[in-house]
Design a protein around this ligand. Structure first.
Ligand SMILES: [Zn+2]
Length: 472
């Protein structure tokens, strides 16, 4: 098997992936804070992690994949400092924080499924692991890394000489950690809360007893505590968005390594942002783009997956509907091409392993070079145009490539898709699709019947797309 090369943020270079235990890859990915829907920028991070996981599986690793669900309230950044995201969601919707957390956890899982993202082996909720977090703070306290102020227990970053190694931080020049409420009692700018006390005389919806007083955990402690609980004190890969490098992941390392005295993670992988014209997409803005909005506008979730696939995970993507349209066209062309190829398969086709092997080698060369699935997509087109391959060989390769792409290419049926289908029928089918999206089922049924009368049938697919068949 070809070497798997990954870009390790810790070293700022590409390195060969060598797992701690042969044949097993243990990965931890920072999950969603469930106070609202995920925006499509958030989803890009989970997509990149999905590609990583699929590439590991393709390389025959058994993957143990853990993702946390942040369901404890934390203070939001600059925009609305001092507020708690969960409590804010609760006030906005008139539900308890627990209801908010459950609702948006389910919404997140639904988005992930629509995008064909393979769910983690273990989802762990911060609120299910409060004891583990308190235990880690006790461990840090015993080792002399903490101090208590009037509003919480803090990590003294000056006690951890390697603080900031991941982000290559210039500690002196740093602004105060932005996720932490300002506390004049902090000893160093980079110190952060491990435990926050509930405000005096107030009961929070989520609060727990601790050796230091009733309150709630700081944001960073859950990831250190839960990743080590499920994957061990040292594990292989930790992922997240690039925005996690300077604070969240930096603090995770400080907590975990100070407590265990061992290296926390061998490979740190970070995905770049999806940006709108205005800049990084943020959920704090009033209106934000989420997957459901793309679906309402007539895009399938897999159109968005294809769009993401085109750009390497370490490059920024500029989102616009023009760009998404271009991706959808490309995806439709690919599906049509595959349907055509399938229609030409003959029983007499024989698979020549030498010919398919050449493409499989090239393909693994792309994906094992720091997950370059976009290059794999370009190779797919090259392969489909290769006249020395017969249709059976092409379809075999498509089905293998799709193990990484996750575009449901194996489910495309022979021909039929928009091919030799009159424009009039496609128009009716599009109308029906829009009617279904706006839940006008009466109109949708009417369209289906009109299509039927003209000798065709619309078949819905799981992806939200449809195909058209000629009725025999
Ligand atoms: Zn995390």
């Amino acid at each position: 098997m070809e070497k798997l090369i990954l870009f390790n943020t810790l070293k700022r270079k590409k390195e060969e992936f060598i797992p701690i235990e042969p044949g097993i890859a243990k990965i931890y990915c920072c999950g969603p804070t469930v106070y609202n829907f995920a925006h499509i920028g958030n989803l890009r991070a989970y997509f990149f992690e999905d590609i990583l996981k699929r590439v590991l599986l393709y390389n025959d690793y058994k993957v143990e994949h853990v993702m946390n669900i942040t369901d404890v309230g934390h203070l939001v950044s600059d925009d609305d400092e001092g507020e708690d995201k969960m409590e804010k969601g609760s006030a906005r919707e008139g539900k308890t924080v627990w209801e908010i957390a459950n609702f948006y956890t389910e919404a997140f899982k639904k988005d992930i499924a629509l995008l064909n993202i393979i769910p983690p082996t273990i989802y762990c909720k911060a609120t299910d692991n409060i004891k583990e977090q308190i235990d880690m703070i006790i461990c840090l306290e015993k080792k002399g890394f903490t101090y208590v102020t009037s509003d919480g227990v803090y990590y003294d970053t000056s006690k951890f000489p390697e603080y900031g190694k991941l982000a290559k931080l210039d500690i002196e020049g740093l602004e105060e950690g932005k996720r932490i409420e300002f506390s004049s009692e902090k000893k160093n700018k980079t110190d952060f809360a491990l435990w926050k006390f509930s405000p005096k005389g107030e009961r929070r919806q989520m609060e727990w007893k601790s050796p230091w007083g009733t309150g709630f955990p700081g944001w960073h402690i859950e990831c250190s505590a839960m990743s080590q609980k499920y994957l061990g004190e040292t594990f292989d890969i930790h992922c997240g968005g690039v925005d996690h490098i300077p604070i969240h992941h930096t603090n995770e390392i400080a907590q975990a390594e100070a407590c265990s005295g061992k290296k926390f993670v061998n490979y740190w992988l970070h995905g770049e942002f999806l940006i709108e014209e205005k800049g990084k997409m943020s959920k704090s803005a009033e209106k934000f783009l989420r997957l459901q909005i793309l679906i309402e506008k007539g895009y399938s979730p897999l159109d968005y997956r294809y769009f993401l696939l085109m750009t390497h995970y370490r490059k920024k993507i500029k989102f616009s509907f023009e760009n998404l349209d271009a991706a959808r066209n490309g995806f439709n062309n690919l599906k049509t091409k595959i349907a055509e190829v399938k229609a030409n398969i003959k029983d007499s086709n024989v698979i020549d392993i030498a010919k398919t092997g050449k493409y499989l080698d090239k393909y693994i060369g792309c994906i094992n070079d720091d997950l370059n699935a976009g290059e794999g997509l370009a190779l797919t087109w090259e392969m489909l145009k290769d006249e020395t391959l017969n249709p059976s060989e092409k379809i075999l390769l498509i089905n293998v490539f799709d193990k990484i792409f996750g575009l449901d290419l194996d489910k495309i049926e022979a021909i039929k898709i928009n091919l030799n289908i009159p424009a009039e029928i496609i128009e009716l089918a599009e109308k029906r699709k829009k009617a279904k999206i706006s839940k006008d089922f009466k109109l949708a049924d009417e369209m289906r019947n009109q299509i039927k009368e003209k000798g065709y049938e619309v078949v819905d697919e799981k992806s939200g797309e449809y195909s058209i068949r000629v009725l025999s």
